[in-house]
Write a protein that binds this ligand. Structure first.
Ligand SMILES: NC(=O)c1ccc[n+]([C@@H]2O[C@H](COP(=O)([O-])OP(=O)(O)OC[C@H]3O[C@@H](n4cnc5c(N)ncnc54)[C@H](OP(=O)(O)O)[C@@H]3O)[C@@H](O)[C@H]2O)c1
Length: 243
């Protein structure tokens, strides 16, 4: 399988990429910077001759030319694109009354608009492929389902991404493209660095299994969706029972 992972340099995206490589798949890793150490480590996960990880360096999802260029690099490579994992994302924590529309736009530019634009280019390629079909997995968040004060920008962007996932699942079904989302709960990565211990304790209290997830839990769900064929338009919550 040849799979694209955005935000593959750290956190959940790095875990998904390394797992794909360990399972013998090829990965286009969309990153804003291709660090030599990261690339060497990723290459060490390759386990068969001819297997590859190709860094696709872009200036990011907010730069439309760069998104088009990155998509062109992938779609023009001569390889089939079997999967796309839209993992890259940003957060923002402020209450509604303290949130500027500029801040909201910035979050939406990455989590929704840039992601949907990139997906459009890649879906076109999937549609035109000889054998057709493909799998798209959007990394959403439980915040797009369960609201919380202080998450207006992030939560609404992820809720919109979940809605988009379902619309794409319907519209792209004719082309045998399956579109699903994984909605993680709290996973210890850089994105949560600024969360207070008090907030983490409260989220833990509300989590049935009384544990935060690990990056590998999210990767497991993504890999499952990439492998299985009769699932589309679903949101898999990997949140320890944050209901
Ligand atoms: N960790 C959690 O608790 C949690 C929970 C629910 C959902 N999620 C979602 O999981 C995904 C991965 O998050 P993470 O926890 O792994 O966070 P992370 O460690 O902060 O990683 C975020 C990734 O997104 C990339 N990125 C950020 N802004 C970008 C932009 N404008 N263009 C392109 N790439 C950009 C980052 O690249 P750089 O290194 O270049 O900045 C990085 O690779 C996100 O969509 C996040 O919303 C995470």
């Amino acid at each position: 399988m040849n799979v694209i992972v955005t935000g593959a340099n750290r956190g959940i995206g790095r875990e998904i990429s390394s797992r794909m490589l360990q399972e013998g798949h090829n990965v286009w890793a969309c990153v804003r910077e291709s660090d030599g150490e990261w690339l060497r480590e990723m290459q060490s996960f390759c386990r068969r001759d001819g297997q590859w990880i190709r860094p696709v360096v872009w200036s990011g999802l907010t730069d439309r030319d760069s998104v088009r260029h990155a998509a062109g690099e992938i779609t023009g490579s001569g390889f089939a694109v079997d999967g796309l994992v839209n993992n890259a994302g940003v957060t923002s924590t402020s209450t509604y009354m303290m949130t500027s529309m500029e801040e909201m736009k910035n979050v939406f530019e990455v989590n929704l608009f840039g992601t949907l634009l990139f997906t459009q280019y890649i879906a076109k390629k999937m549609i035109r492929q000889k054998n057709g079909g493909g799998k798209i997995v959007n990394i959403a968040s439980v915040r797009g389902i369960k609201p919380e004060a202080g998450n207006i920008s992030y939560g609404t962007s992820k809720a919109a991404l979940i809605y988009a996932t379902k619309v794409l699942a319907i519209e792209l079904a004719d082309y045998n493209i399956k579109v699903n989302a994984v909605a993680p709960g709290m996973i210890p990565t850089d994105i949560n660095a600024s969360k207070s211990e008090k907030l983490k304790d409260r989220i833990m209290e509300e989590t049935a299994l009384r544990r935060f997830g690990e990056q590998k839990d999210v990767a497991n769900a993504v890999l499952w969706l990439l492998h299985f064929s009769n699932v589309s338009g679903q949101v898999i919550c990997v949140d320890g029972g944050y209901v």
